[in-house]
Ligand binder design. Sequence first.
Ligand code: SF4
Length: 429
Amino acid sequence: MPATRITLERDPSVARAIAADPSGACETDLASAPWTFDDVPGYGPGSSSSDPFPVLSPAQGEIPAEYRDAGDDELHGRIRAARETLGERVVVLGHFYQRDEIVQHADYVGDSFQLARAATEHPNAEAIVFCGVHFMAETADLLSGAGQNVILPNLGAGCSMADMASIDEVEECWEQLEDVLGPLDEPDEDGLVPVVPVTYMNSSAAIKGFVGRHGGIVCTSSNARTVLEWAFARGRRVLFFPDQHLGRNTAKAMGVPLEQMPMWNPRRPLGGSAPADLQGSRVILWHGFCSVHRRFTVEQIAQARSEHPGVRVIVHPECPMAVVDAADESGSTDVIRRAIEGATEPTTFAIGTEINLVQRLAAQHPQHTIFCLDPVVCPCSTMYRIHPAYLAWVLEELVAGRTVNRITVSPDVAGPARVALDRMLAATP
Ligand code: SF4
């Protein structure tokens, strides 16, 4: 599914909606400039106080005052002018969860993999400005041409889920599993290896490289089932990271019993599981989650059903299992988008995913009633760090002949990471 070219010219409502949240579940400072949050310890604007801090995200230095002090109209004008000067030399990509102030300047909007592939359609663009989070920019660098620079406007835009599986933790896990399961790269008499590592796209390039080196594969929320089938054809069991919920929801739908899905908590010996549980497992789930999607609850679904009889509830598979079970449907951002586009009659949809996407879908489909399951849901607070000031800064630097905030993957990691991505592309039906 190609990423979508967009023509959004709409004022954002997300910041105001969250700022009006009376519950206190989210911080109410979304309308503030994100750079103030880069200077102090904290997760970012709009975050819940219980969010884990993305420790692996690089720090973003302070950008010049002319950007920090500029008003909205000036910033948007400067972005448009820089884009006009740069023309085809630059491609701007905006993730589905990105705020509308940024999305309105994007050439494409889509999920992380759609956007990385969209960039490959512009081999002559010398710069790819990725308005998403760090692992997405890394993936774009893996797939882009040799002469292309991938730029992340704010280096502090990390992903707390991706950070929940560091390369050191995964290497340590692999060693411990070897103690319990024997040599992990050696096939048995049926030609199956003890473990096939599978990583969600939402992981660092180092993790993708690890997976590529050990016969494993990458998956997205769209193809997780196909990828697990690929892995089960090659191994006795799967080590799935970083998102436990996507792994559990997908494996459960394939008929894997919950008791054959032990958790691996990297802070505990053997991940906190008994050797017998690991030996009897089919899927070992890494103890990771998305701080946005884990907020959705069964109670919210019950409330939506009582307030909106006939409501169609669709949630993202990064939501907890009980929420996916209670929903009418679950699927990736693209599945959600297509379900709404495919509804021929006016329909009420309750959606369990990031609020920027839900509000955009609601604006694009006024014939339907579309709302977020969680009335006080927080946005992806790290993605929110990409404020128009950062976009104006990186674009004007390009106009001046300078490349700032370039994201690169080292060749020793990029080679095996591309192998893992290529396996996924070959496994996709
Ligand atoms: S929505 Fe969740 S998984 Fe996606 S980038 Fe944000 S924190 Fe990461």
